[in-house]
Design a protein around this ligand. Structure first.
Ligand SMILES: Cc1ncc(COP(=O)(O)O)c(C=O)c1O
Length: 394
């Protein structure tokens, strides 16, 4: 028994648990701690010099482990882990761009990326030119000497059209700009954008890479030099991912190679099924691409295919769309994507709500459009389920 009081002892009890020297745990434990303690100032100096563990917003073992895995998957020198995909998008832009610089961005982009560029970067004196990346002549014409960042998703949301990443990289580098690519819909299991010239690749880890719809996170992969420049901003803005989410996401990643290629194959089967149904007026998935988009798909994607994301267009009858949704056994509406289960969203009432109807229609987004994130259900079950629900349209 110690002579100290319980109020003091309870703060230290359990400190010397067997195994906490962390020799070889089968799984990296969760370092759910705000900080790491030191026994002396000389130890503090040593840990600081070797960039060891001090305060968890600065560095945390779970975040570091996840960053290493993402760098491996994306083929980059180093990565940073953020609390969300939006952190991974916003912080590099804020760090790298100066007042007077311009961003060139696909007009067909995730709504909150659009808002970040329009509402936050513009406050810093960085303006964005939004151009439809399907028209590469318009892209070339929009580049100015001040264009310091070209931004794109590999495939657009929700029309799932492929951006010409190698051509965008060529244009960026000719202009002394960076190409930043969002790989969320495609994942490094379909494409590693850095292999095609991208300088910075981000992923919303909230989606397919974690894959279980139970943690939020984001990653940014690039050179070690750019990571060193961006890390202090991430730390100061307060966006690094937390230990538990990083741990969950790394656990999800361990099985991503079993999940994502299978989800993509199921999406291809569903796309072919929808394309053959006369009640469906359009289906968007790279596996159905023709012409220049097909050439691009063949160039960019390997044997795993392109993406588990797709969209299709039903008749514009909201009551019947409601009945269709209710008739489905498996696919629920969810304002996210990339989970184990197939989910759907309705772009006109969600991601593209604020876009005028005429603008939306120009890019093929109508009230009948449904966006699908294809999950791990048996493909035949999904087809049977959709086949049954489509009966509401006669
Ligand atoms: C393509 C894309 N990029 C980035 C994000 C942002 O990710 P998060 O929600 O993890 O911040 C999303 C979210 O839906 C997305 O769809």
């Amino acid at each position: 028994m110690s002579d100290f009081k319980r109020a003091s002892e309870i703060l230290y009890a359990g400190e010397h648990v067997k195994g906490m020297d962390l020799k070889k745990p089968e799984t990296l434990p969760i370092f759910e701690t705000t900080a790491f303690t030191m026994n002396s100032l000389s130890e503090l100096a040593e840990v600081t010099a070797e960039k060891g563990w001090t305060y968890s917003r600065t560095r945390n073992p779970n975040r570091a482990a996840l960053a290493e895995a993402i760098s491996y998957l994306e083929g980059g020198e180093a990565s940073l882990i953020f609390a969300s995909g939006m952190g991974a998008i916003t912080v590099p832009l804020i760090t790298l761009l100066q007042p007077g610089d311009r961003v060139l961005c696909n007009a067909n982009i995730y709504g909150e990326t659009f808002s970040t560029l329009r509402d936050i970067l513009s406050k810093m004196g960085v303006e964005t030119d939004f151009v439809d990346y399907l028209d590469m002549d318009a892209v070339r014409a929009a580049i100015r000497p001040e264009t310091k960042m070209i931004y794109s998703e590999v495939v657009s949301n929700p029309t799932v059209k492929i951006a010409d990443i190698p051509a965008l990289a060529g244009l960026a580098h000719k202009n002394g700009a960076w190409l930043m690519v969002d790989n969320t819909f495609t994942s490094p299991f379909a494409i590693r954008p850095m292999d095609f010239g991208a300088d910075i690749v981000i992923n919303s880890l909230t989606k397919f890479l974690n894959g279980h719809a139970d943690a939020m996170g984001g990653s940014m992969t690039t050179t070690a030099e750019l990571v060193d420049r961006i890390r202090p901003y991430s730390m100061l803005i307060g966006t690094p991912g937390d230990a538990f989410s990083s741990w969950l996401i790394l656990r999800g990643l361990r099985t991503a190679e079993l999940r994502i290629p299978r989800q993509i194959k199921t999406a291809e089967k569903l796309a072919a099924f929808f394309a053959a149904d006369p009640r469906i007026s359009a289906v968007n998935h790279p596996s159905l691409a023709t012409g220049a988009q097909k050439e691009l798909a063949d160039k960019l994607f390997g044997e795993n295919g392109s993406t588990p994301m797709m969209s299709f267009v039903l008749p514009e009858d909201i009551e019947k769309i409601d009945a269709f949704m209710k008739a489905l056994r498996f696919t629920r509406y969810a304002p996210t994507l990339g989970g184990l289960r197939t989910t759907m969203s309705h772009p006109v009432t969600s991601s593209h709500f604020s876009m005028p109807d005429a603008e939306r229609r120009k890019i093929g987004i109508t009230p009948g459009m449904i966006r699908l994130s294809v999950g791990l259900e048996d493909p035949d079950d999904l087809i049977a389920d959709f086949s049954n629900a489509l009966k509401v349209f006669g």
